[in-house]
Write a protein that binds this ligand. Sequence first.
Ligand SMILES: [Zn+2]
Length: 116
Amino acid sequence: MPIICAAIGCNNTFVKGSEFRFYRFPLKKPQLVNEWVNSLGVKNFIPTAHTCLCSEHFRADCFRDLNGKQFLRVDAVPTIFSQGQDSSKIELRKRGVIPKHHWSQSERQHSPASTG
Ligand SMILES: [Zn+2]
């Protein structure tokens, strides 16, 4: 199974020798995962152990050099997403679509409280 970047509008795939690096979601840190998902901008996105983002979405200061290799900082959050290009796709979500019932139970239960 190929490793594909989970970011919207990013089709980077892991290939050997590529300069892109892929990072899994920090599932051991739910709070950090939340930040990643928020930054990703996808609602109800549930990352799995195989969900990755490529290095394109992390600022340079998210990395640190160690023995000539670049490592992602443990608290790094991806912030670079090119949502400007494909914003029309993102805004497809519907809103305000609430099915109306024939009768509303909550209304029936609500009795006018008149103090007299
Ligand atoms: Zn990517």
